[in-house]
Design a protein around this ligand. Structure first.
Ligand SMILES: Cc1ncc(COP(=O)(O)O)c(C=O)c1O
Length: 533
């Protein structure tokens, strides 16, 4: 009797658990039918949106879209997935920014491979966390295989180097400077262990050298590492926006004379705005002579690792002590897919913490591969899976060719449009970013007022394009002047798409210039004000 009662309770309990899991919408063997239906609906919605995305953007403004969020009651879910998806269309998909569109030319965002989306689905369904072997098994080995493969491309000795996937270039650059700081302290300051004891007195004098057009994450990292923005010494660039190595040498000497300690040089292999590649061979000579850590930020330029045509531009990257690679920029992968590499695996020790519950020291001794030992993160997405599927189906050669095509496009755009009397280009592209502005030949920018007029015109051009949604471009500032920027990362973008965008830019430019000069002219002659209004 007692036995029967217990069994009933158990059944009840189990039945209740299944019901609870069902109510919470948990994915498991009982939910597969429901899940498959959901996926079909989701796929149908994606198909509809991608098919109908005639422009990369709707042009909506934040204040217009945010109104739709005001009355949402987050405590009351919809009674069907259909309703929730209809809401999602209204709140997100109708006005999303679509990077697969050939007229998206703004930031370092890419269209992604089909199979990488499948990879995202699989990794989400299994929900592997690649911090430890016991949560990931083959996931850990897949990630490590990709780390080793990329190290070979970089030119590192796979047996000596190591790396790990990260959340992006920002995290990888941070890790580089963390390794530079902590290993300097161990090696040069009598075994000073920052991980245990915190920063030494000398840290106030640590200096990081990087070009004036490198990514801002270098400065942010310096601040987070307790060194401060002021620890970053920015080095001038040449007319190609590459770090001036002579200026670097002088800056290092000057800082040393002042009693500062040169800790690291960050060379950029593809700057965010110009795609310029710093002269790493010369920089590495300076670094090895001065015993300074050299980090290569190839967040953007890493596509060259698989390029047959332009790959030689990264030939010397193996001189660097560490490297940042963003597959989500130049390998056509969904965000996030990124990695950090160290030439000498022993330098990664400062990221290791042995937690008894997770990665006890005994497992290290037993040789269990726990990637958490070399990562900043603990729970970590299996971002390697999508890249794995891409490389195992599409293959590295095709990815390299796609990256080559956007470099080729940028060069073709430069050749086609750089003589346009209404445009001023400030560099010939090395990768796929192109900086220029609307500046009609007849319009001088000698005075402050003329400069400010051109700045306003170019700022307005970008806003007008974005408002129309027809195309998206970026902008930046060089020596106080506002410039426009194309970043080409879509192999489907053709010269004819760019010609259409250039025509729009010139149309908006001419209209805005006329408008602004009219207002300025009226501003200086108040008697005309009424007439104009
Ligand atoms: C050269 C460079 N380094 C680092 C980063 C930061 O990368 P993420 O946005 O993946 O953190 C960027 C981003 O644009 C970049 O262009």
């Amino acid at each position: 009797m007692l036995l029967k009662k217990n069994t009933d309770n158990l059944n009840l309990l189990q039945g209740g658990k299944v019901d609870l899991a069902h109510e919470a919408g948990i994915f498991n063997e009982y939910s597969l039918q429901n899940f498959n239906k959901m996926i079909q609906k989701g796929t149908a919605l994606i198909n509809k949106k991608i098919r109908r995305a005639k422009t990369p953007f709707s042009g909506i403004m934040p204040q217009e879209l945010s109104k739709r969020f005001h009355r949402l009651d987050m405590e009351r879910p919809h009674d069907s997935l259909d309703h929730a998806l209809a809401e999602l269309e209204n709140l997100y998909l109708n006005d999303a920014v679509y990077f697969h569109h050939p007229k998206y030319m703004a930031h370092l965002n890419t269209p992604i491979t089909n199979v990488s989306i499948l990879g995202e689905l699989i990794q989400a369904a299994v929900n592997t966390s690649v911090d430890t072997w016991d949560q990931s098994a083959g996931g850990t080995l897949i990630e490590q295989k990709l780390i080793d493969w990329t190290m070979e491309k970089i030119g590192y000795n796979v047996k000596k180097g190591d790396g790990v996937f990260t959340s992006g270039g920002t995290q990888s650059n941070f890790m580089a400077l963390l390794l530079a700081r902590d290993n300097y302290c161990i090696e040069q300051l009598d075994g000073c262990n920052v991980q245990m004891q915190g920063l030494p007195e000398e840290a106030k004098r640590f200096r990081i050298f990087t070009s004036e057009v490198s990514h801002f994450s270098v400065k942010k990292s310096a601040a987070l590492l307790g060194l401060g923005f002021d620890a970053v010494v920015t080095i001038p660039v040449d007319d190609k926006f590459c770090m001036d190595e002579t200026a670097l040498r002088e800056a290092i000497n000057l800082r040393k004379d002042n009693g500062d300690i040169p800790l690291a040089v960050v060379a950029t292999m593809g700057t965010t705005d110009f795609g310029s590649i710093d002269p790493i061979t010369e920089i590495s000579k300076i670094c090895s002579k001065e015993k300074i850590w050299l980090h290569a930020d190839a967040a953007y330029g890493c596509g060259l690792l698989v390029s047959e045509k332009y790959g030689e531009q990264l030939n010397a990257i193996s001189y660097a002590d560490s490297v940042t690679v963003d597959y989500h920029k130049s390998f056509f992968q969904p965000v996030a897919c990124s990695a950090f590499f160290a030439k000498n695996q022993s330098h990664l020790h400062c990221l290791t913490y042995h937690a008894d519950y997770l990665n006890p020291r005994s497992e290290k001794i037993a040789g269990t591969p726990n990637l958490v030992c070399k990562s900043l993160q603990t729970t970590r997405r299996f971002d390697a899976l999508k890249l794995w599927l891409t490389l195992r189906t599409v293959g590295p050669k095709s990815i390299g060719k796609a990256f080559d095509s956007v470099i080729h496009l940028a060069d073709a755009v430069y050749s086609t449009h750089s003589q346009d009397p209404d445009l001023e280009f400030i560099h010939r592209p090395q990768l796929s970013a192109l900086v220029f502005r609307f500046k009609p030949n007849h319009f001088d920018d000698h005075t402050d007022q003329e400069k400010s007029t051109l700045n306003r015109v170019n700022t307005t051009i970008r806003k007008s394009l974005s408002r129309s949604g027809e195309s998206l471009i970026a902008s930046t500032t060089v020596n106080g002047c506002v410039y426009l920027k194309f970043t080409f990362l879509n192999p489907a973008t053709e010269l004819s798409h760019v010609a259409e965008v250039v025509a729009e830019i010139k149309k908006y430019g001419a209209e805005n210039l006329q408008e602004i000069t009219k207002v300025e002219c009226i501003g200086s002659k108040p008697e005309l004000f009424n007439e104009y209004c």
